[in-house]
Ligand binder design. Structure first.
Ligand code: SF4
Length: 143
C-alpha cells in the first residue's frame, strides 16, 4: 500500500496562512520572478516596476491587499515555473511559484481582489475523472 506523506497543515486555509507567511518572509522583493514570467507580456505589465509588483506579492501571500498590478500578475499565473529558478532565494527554501500560487489564492479568499472563476463544467469534470479512477464500490459510496 502506498503511504501518503503527512499533510502539511490541518486545512487548506491553515496551509495558506502558514506557508504564505513563511515564504513571504524569505522574499526580498527583488523582482526576478516577475522579470522571468512569460505571462507579463500577455497582460501588458512589462513596463511595471518589478519591485513594486513583488512587494505586493509578499503582502498578498500574507493576506494583505496588494496593488492592482500584483493582483493581475498572480491572477495570470499559468504555472510555467520560470520563476522558480530565477529566484535568488531558491537556495534558502523559497519556491517562487508556490509563493505566487498562494498569493493568488489569498487574493481570492482573503483580500477578495480576485474573483473565483465560475466554471460550470468544474464538478462534471471532477465526476468524470473520478469515474476513471475509482472502484465500483467507491463510486457507489462517493458519487
Ligand atoms: S519570490 Fe524570489 S525572485 Fe520573486 S521577488 Fe521574491 S526573492 Fe525575488
Amino acid at each position: 500500500m502506498i503511504r501518503l506523506p503527512p499533510a502539511r497543515a490541518e486545512t487548506t486555509e491553515a496551509f495558506l496562512m502558514q506557508s504564505g507567511a513563511e515564504l513571504a518572509a524569505l522574499c526580498t522583493e527583488c523582482g526576478a520572478c516577475f522579470n522571468a514570467c512569460p505571462m507579463v507580456d500577455y497582460i501588458d505589465l512589462r513596463g511595471a516596476d518589478p519591485n513594486i509588483v513583488t512587494g505586493g506579492l509578499r503582502r498578498l501571500a500574507s493576506g494583505e491587499a496588494a496593488p492592482d498590478q500584483t493582483v493581475a500578475w498572480v491572477g495570470a499565473c499559468t504555472k510555467s515555473g520560470q520563476c522558480v529558478d530565477a529566484c535568488p532565494q531558491k537556495a534558502a527554501g523559497l519556491d517562487a511559484m508556490l509563493l505566487i500560487r498562494i498569493a493568488k489564492q489569498r487574493a481570492i479568499n482573503d483580500t477578495r481582489q480576485l474573483r473565483a472563476k465560475q466554471d460550470p463544467s468544474y464538478f462534471p469534470r471532477i465526476k468524470t475523472f473520478a469515474r476513471l479512477q475509482l472502484s465500483d464500490e467507491e463510486l457507489e459510496t462517493w458519487l
